[in-house]
Design a protein around this ligand. Structure first.
Ligand code: MD3
Ligand code: FE
Length: 225
């Protein structure tokens, strides 16, 4: 991971305070935000991502329509999501080098399982983890996630680094959207009826986070196969 030096040093006004306690916010009939849930293990998660990206580097995929995505992506787990001119799919191999995707670290599996459990989904065992990296101006336009085989399992997402605004829509692209800020350490669990809702991320604002510089990382756990 590339890190630049911060433009200036900001004193840590909260250095003496206890870390924030996790909070549960319901955003849909089957979806919750678990505020700060991953905060205690954030550095461990980032270390695991550094190991993953050494074998499976972040890359900007091309969509079937011929656009290059502004978000950079890599994967770990048995299945990884990729895209090219011929379509979107889950694959066991990294198309960059033909190797299997790096295995899912134990700390990822534990986090996915405990977050799903907290949201009421027992025994979640993901087989795919998509890792998205946002630089300033990167965005994800409204889309549905429907390449996974079973839609019964939830999706668990973890946000690290710079905050972003998540858009949570309806079942048609034109339906109204809620805007939900996602901060470092927030975990979101989506399941059931919310699984096929349109969603996206607004263009990332230039900002600074002590662990990730001007970047945001979001990783999502899925049962894809
Ligand atoms: C709601 N990622 O990778 S995570 C994606 O922050 C994706 O990088 C965004 O959308 C990000 O596909 C949002 C949250 C997310 C993931 C999947 C969902 C929300 C979802 C599937 C259904 C409904
Ligand atoms: Fe998505």
């Amino acid at each position: 991971m590339l890190r630049n030096d911060p433009p200036h040093h900001t004193p840590d006004l909260f250095a003496d305070e206890a870390p924030p306690t996790p909070r549960v916010e319901r955003i849909g009939p089957a979806s919750v935000v678990l505020r700060h849930f991953a905060l205690p293990i954030a550095e461990e998660l980032l270390a695991a991502i550094t190991t993953i990206e050494a074998r499976a580097p972040f890359r900007h995929l091309v969509t079937p329509g011929g656009f290059t995505m502004s978000v950079a992506l890599t994967n770990c787990g048995t299945l990884g999501w990729t895209s090219d001119r011929s379509g979107y799919r889950y694959s066991r191999h990294d198309p960059l080098n033909g190797a299997l995707w790096p295995a899912m670290p134990e700390v990822f599996l534990q986090l996915a399982r405990s977050a799903a459990e907290e949201a009421g989904f027992a025994d979640f065992v993901p087989d795919a983890c998509l890792i998205n990296r946002y630089a300033p101006e990167s965005r994800l336009t409204l889309h549905q996630d429907k390449d996974e085989r079973g839609l019964a399992a939830p999706i668990v997402s973890v946000s690290l680094g710079v905050s972003a605004v998540f858009q949570f829509g309806g079942f048609e692209r034109t339906a109204p959207t809620q805007r939900i800020p996602l901060q470092h350490g927030d975990v979101v669990v989506w399941g059931g009826v919310d699984r096929l809702r349109y969603h996206g991320i607004l263009p990332l604002k230039e900002s600074w986070h002590p662990l990730l510089g001007n970047l945001r990382i979001n990783f999502t756990f899925r049962k894809a196969g």
